[in-house]
Design a protein around this ligand. Structure first.
Ligand code: ZN
Length: 67
């Protein structure tokens, strides 16, 4: 049931992974460290909805170049 499709990093094209550090969930690029929105997972640890929200954010994130 847990279909997780993480797109490649929109900034550097590297692989991304879901990170979890209580009480937060987010998606981070393994290469450049780009992060999605951090979702608080305080009430229900490892809440699949929080994970889903972080993935959703990562997959829809627009990249603004910061020089
Ligand atoms: Zn990256």
């Amino acid at each position: 049931m847990s279909k997780e499709e993480l797109r490649h990093c929109p900034k550097c094209g590297g692989a991304a992974k879901v990170r979890y550090c209580m009480p937060y969930t987010w998606v981070e690029c393994k290469k450049c460290g780009l992060k999605s929105t951090v979702v608080s997972d305080w009430y229900e640890q490892h809440d699949p909805e929080s994970r889903k929200a972080a993935i959703e954010d990562w997959n829809t994130m627009e990249i603004v170049d910061i020089n």
